[in-house]
Design a protein around this ligand. Structure first.
Ligand SMILES: [Zn+2]
Length: 438
């Protein structure tokens, strides 16, 4: 069976899900009173939080690890040498904290917000250099803008939460596998289970995707795809958020909550919850077999097409949501979908396995229909021509203008699919925050 194991059936160049999570989170939470009307919080450096809560963190980080060993399939247990223990100074304590969570040693946890373009326009003055916030360069055409915060400054919880929901893409999960260059020694995540270990950005994919619902045959043929760590990150950050709220560190409560949301939001994206939403297992196997027999064109075409459709979905919604925010328009289909709270209560209450059993299950089920809507509604060259690589040519494309030239009905079908995903994005984000605040 393993002779035709699926090796690399995944977006090799594109591993972000929603472009800029903060833009979407501002819209998803601006109508939720528990967030939008929460009292401002005082900005606190991470070192102050860690120093004040050091003894509680010892037990809590051990409890996180025990949970992960119990609950996560194909988990890679944390070596005992990485346990968090009390430290003499701030620098040592921060390093110990990152090791205990097995995060990148370059994770900055800088004090920043991304301003809401709807309220503040596209801020270009007083910005922080990206390198102070992110250890990886931002993607081409990135929409992120970072404003520095000062210790003790009052800031709105909505801004902290929305900004942090984008933060997990700033290098925190990069190069953690033993075959990545510069991987921390002793993390024991093993070899990178899928994607290209030589591509830095690809190394975060197993932390930001979850293929929980591919079925037994797929899991047998492609065991690497079962080794994902999204649940680990969600559990780590959401329990840290609860500790911070309970102990009066409200800034870090909202900040860790936002970090946890990122992974949940990634899993609402069908291309993050399915190995190849537009392809049946038989098609994947056939492409893999041809590649093994020396004809890789079909497999390469499949990878490029899945990657391009993922890219089109992300680029389209980013462009529209940002343009609407800058123009002060807040009643478009995407904005309404993100803010719509009607369906929130139809889902189970927040539980430990909400990400896998609710969010990823829904996104996986929506995969084929989303993929079809993109193929029908997006410009054909981007989504059905395997010789066109979106990732390699992206900047300067105006997708919305291209699509306006298409038949209106096709574009509407695509827009409806996007709005449906954004409605799920908003609902699950709010349900998670309700759970963390409880
Ligand atoms: Zn991500």
């Amino acid at each position: 069976m393993r002779l035709i194991a699926l090796a690399l059936l995944l977006l090799p160049t594109w591993v972000q899900a929603w472009g800029n999570h903060a833009l979407l989170s501002y819209r998803a939470f601006e109508g939720m009173p528990e967030v939008a009307q929460a009292a401002p919080v005082r900005v606190e450096p991470l070192d102050d939080f860690l120093r004040a809560q050091e003894s509680r963190l010892v037990n809590m980080l051990d409890a996180q690890e025990a949970w992960a060993r119990r609950e996560i399939r194909a988990y890679a247990p944390r070596p005992d040498a990485l346990r968090f223990t009390p430290q003499p100074g701030d620098a040592e304590r921060r390093a110990a904290f990152l090791r205990a969570l097995r995060l990148s040693p370059h994770a900055a946890f800088a004090l920043f917000v991304q301003p809401d373009p709807r309220r503040q326009g596209q801020v270009e003055q007083g910005l922080m250099p990206h390198e102070l916030v992110s250890s990886v360069p931002l993607s081409k055409g990135a929409t992120q803008r970072f404003l520095p915060l000062q210790t003790g400054q009052a800031v709105a919880p909505l801004a902290v939460l929305a900004s942090a929901s984008d933060e997990a893409d700033y290098g925190y999960d990069i190069d953690l596998f033993e075959d990545n260059r510069g991987a921390p020694v002793g993390y024991d995540f093993g070899r990178q289970p899928f994607g290209n270990p030589a591509l830095r950005i690809s190394s975060q994919a197993p932390f930001h995707m979850g293929f929980f619902h591919q079925g037994a045959v797929f899991n047998t043929l492609a065991p690497g795809f079962a080794r994902t760590f999204t649940q680990l990150r969600i559990h780590q950050y959401s329990t840290l958020a609860q500790l911070a709220f309970e102990t009066g560190h409200r800034y870090w409560g909202w900040r860790f909550a936002g970090l946890a949301l990122h992974y949940l939001q990634d899993l609402t994206q069908p291309y993050h919850a399915s190995a190849a939403p537009g392809e049946r297992l038989s098609g994947m196997l056939w492409a893999e077999l041809l590649a093994k027999l020396g004809s890789p064109a079909r497999k390469q075409g499949l990878i490029v097409l899945q990657s391009n459709r993922h890219f089109v979905l992300e680029k389209y919604q980013t462009q529209l949501v940002l343009a609407a925010a800058l123009a002060g328009r807040d009643d478009g289909l995407n904005e309404q979908a993100l803010r719509d709270m009607k369906a929130d209560g139809a889902y189970p209450a927040w539980l430990a396995q909400y990400a896998r059993d609710v969010v990823a299950a829904e996104a996986h089920a929506l995969g084929p229909e989303t993929d079809t809507a993109i193929v029908v509604g997006a410009p054909a060259r981007y989504v059905t021509d395997p010789s066109f690589d979106f990732g390699a040519t992206e900047s300067g494309l105006d997708l919305d203008a291209d699509m306006r030239r298409q038949l209106l009905a096709q574009r509407e079908a695509f827009q409806a699919a996007v709005a449906r995903l954004l409605r799920n994005f908003g609902a699950h984000s709010r349900n998670a925050v309700r759970g963390m605040l409880r």
